[in-house]
Design a protein around this ligand. Structure first.
Ligand SMILES: C[S@@+](CC[C@H](N)C(=O)[O-])C[C@H]1O[C@@H](n2cnc3c(N)ncnc32)[C@H](O)[C@@H]1O
Length: 193
């Protein structure tokens, strides 16, 4: 999928991070078409307070931060790997987006609940260990805005690990949901509470 979404400086870093795929063996990132849809969802919802669980080298974070920039939004990004937090920091700095992102090292099952965003989260992207997704959600749940988008990655590629969590999300009061079969596949939940 081609898109004209971001300025040249950001696109250059996105290209660079995407190229890491062939250079490091722990570089898991969402496909570009999925990243672009997430960015457009942030744009569509004018989302300003974003929580990302699973940052890796910052590919998805670059998209989320760039999309929320025109709303003066902020991304809290969580990853358990210090090495990846450091690499993502460098990439976001290079893209001119670092002021929009706070990176939190450590296990998101603990760190997410320790962070108080300045505004309740209106967009959450869950993309770490699949069978821990419920624990990430429970950590972030009390910090959600009254209307929040939850995007859960890998519903096409890791359905078995995610099925019970997705079913749980679909049954929450105030939830509307659908599967988006793009990239890794992701569950798009809008939660109104
Ligand atoms: C699939 S990658 C994230 C890819 C990233 N969202 C992207 O598209 O560019 C999953 C990440 O989750 C991180 N991770 C694994 N367990 C975690 C945990 N308990 N807390 C926080 N991060 C975790 C890993 O270090 C890894 O970088």
């Amino acid at each position: 999928m081609l898109g004209i979404m971001f300025d040249a400086q950001i696109n250059a870093v996105i290209d660079k991070v995407e190229a890491l795929r062939d250079q490091v063996d722990d570089h898991w990132q969402i496909p570009r078409d999925e990243a672009q849809i997430l960015a457009q969802l942030v744009h569509l919802g004018k989302c300003k307070s974003i929580c990302e669980i699973g940052t890796s080298y910052g590919f998805s974070t670059l998209h989320l931060a760039a999309a929320t920039r025109c709303y003066q939004g902020h991304v809290h990004a969580f990853d358990i790997s210090d090495k990846k937090i450091s690499a993502a920091t460098n990439h976001l700095t290079e893209a001119g987006l670092i002021d929009l992102v706070t990176l939190h090292p450590g296990d998101a099952r603990e760190t997410v609940s320790q962070v108080q965003p300045s505004q309740a989260y209106d967009f959450v992207f869950i993309d770490a260990v699949k069978d821990q997704s419920m624990q990430y959600f429970e950590a972030v749940r009390s910090k959600l805005a009254s209307r929040a988008v939850i995007a859960t990655d890998n519903t096409s590629t890791h359905w078995q690990e995610l099925a019970s969590f997705v079913e749980f999300l679909r049954l929450l009061p105030g939830a509307s949901a659908c599967a988006i079969p793009v990239g890794n596949g992701f569950e798009l939940t809008i939660l109104e509470q």
